[in-house]
Design a protein around this ligand. Structure first.
Ligand SMILES: *Cc1c(COP(=O)(O)O)cnc(C)c1O
Length: 379
């Protein structure tokens, strides 16, 4: 896309970012470049700007420029998974740097900090991010990064991104936001975040058929250069076809996320009214303890929700077996609806309630999803 001389809406950016008609063939859709090496000129230079596919390649470069434009950052680095992207941010820190992380977040990221980066002398404190005084109290002179994920996995607690960004910047630290659950729905850079991380496996890919991750930075600064070094030297890079799929998925992301959000709100309202449901965790419900913050910080409330069944662990584990449309599977962000008993997958340290089921609401008709749940809850 050539730089438009008028401001574009996010839907238009999603369709056109990182794309141009192929000058060699006129192809409207970008070709897939499998070549892992690129010819040098007679003087030894690389006229295309590409030399070796781990360092960069046309499909990754196109995806990265699109990710940066869509998120409103300056630069982006694409990775082979969300975990590789998160790792790159932690690897760009130095030993003895202090990180403040949430008590509740994607369990893989928490384990990464607790089990892997602790061995590399990263100092980490886990705090309740809904308690700003606790966040402020955890700051040390060595604090270099605050990590937030909002809404959080799996009970959809919200973090006030602007408030935590102010705490981070006052401490001379950066704020990183795992925005996997809320692309388009919230704009972390506009709220003061310095880094945005995505598992593009989820809503960007959008069809449950590709793994990927991204780090987007507000500024192309020295810290981002270290992330780039981890990417190209560390080598946890996505294959060209994976970049192509994620870039394709991104084109429909703004419209899909609207439909996911509308469907999830309908399902959340239905569950909240049901006698067999003890509690629904969804920021779009007025009963959510941080609904006001959700209205301030998000333009819609996303496709993820969780509910607690009136019943025990066995009943919560059994309920998905009766559903016809929802599939029992982990992950999220695809067109198909998924249901998952989180506690049984999160390992021994989990604080997730035993009666909690997490739903990734897909793009089926909401009446069908509600009918499926209604029939199952009545049986
Ligand atoms: C899935 C997920 C990750 C990890 O991403 P992968 O692509 O599975 O490596 C990180 N954070 C959140 C919030 C996620 O949902």
């Amino acid at each position: 896309m050539d730089e438009a001389d008028f401001p574009l809406h996010v839907e238009s950016i999603a369709v056109h970012a990182g794309r141009a008609v192929d000058p060699a063939t006129g192809a409207v859709i970008a070709p897939l470049h499998f070549s892992m090496t690129f010819e040098r000129a007679a003087d030894g230079s690389f006229p295309s700007g590409f030399s070796y596919s781990r360092s960069n390649n046309p499909n990754r470069a196109a995806l990265e420029s699109a990710l940066a434009l869509l998120e409103g950052g300056a630069v982006a680095a694409a990775f082979g998974s969300g975990m590789a992207a998160a790792s790159a941010i932690f690897q760009a820190l130095a030993p003895n740097d202090h990180v403040i992380a949430p008590l509740e977040a994607y369990h893989g990221v928490l384990r990464l900090l607790r089990d892997l980066f602790a061995r590399w002398q990263l100092a980490v404190d886990f705090v309740d991010m809904t308690d700003l005084a606790a966040v402020e109290g955890a700051v040390r002179s060595s604090t270099k990064l605050i990590w937030v994920e909002t809404p959080s996995n799996p009970t959809l607690r919200l973090t006030d991104i602007a408030a935590v960004a102010a705490i981070a910047h006052h401490a001379g630290a950066q704020l990183a936001c795992d925005n996997t659950w809320s692309p388009i729905l919230q704009r972390p850079f506009a709220l003061g975040a310095d880094l945005v991380m995505h598992s593009t496996t989820k809503y960007f890919g959008g069809h449950s058929d590709v793994l990927g991750g991204a780090v987007v930075a507000r500024e192309a600064n020295e810290f981002f250069q270290r992330v780039r070094e981890v990417q190209t030297l560390g080598g946890a890079v996505p294959a060209p076809f994976d970049c192509w799929l994620i870039h394709r998925g991104m084109q429909t992301l703004p419209w899909r996320i609207r439909a996911h959000s509308a469907n999830a709100l309908r399902v959340a309202e239905f569950l909240a009214s049901h006698a067999r449901v003890e509690r629904v965790h969804y920021p779009g419900l007025e009963a959510h303890p941080q609904h006001d913050l959700a209205l301030r910080q998000m333009n819609r409330f996303g496709g993820m929700l969780a509910f607690e069944l009136r019943g025990d662990r066995a009943e919560a584990l059994a309920l998905p077996n009766e559903l016809k449309i929802f599939t029992r599977a982990t992950s999220l962000g695809g067109v198909e609806s998924l249901i998952e008993h989180r506690q049984s997958i999160e390992g021994p340290e989990t604080k997730t309630p035993a009666n909690l089921l997490r739903l990734s609401i897909g793009l089926e008709h909401p009446d069908d999803l509600i009918a499926d749940l209604a029939r199952t809850l009545a049986s």
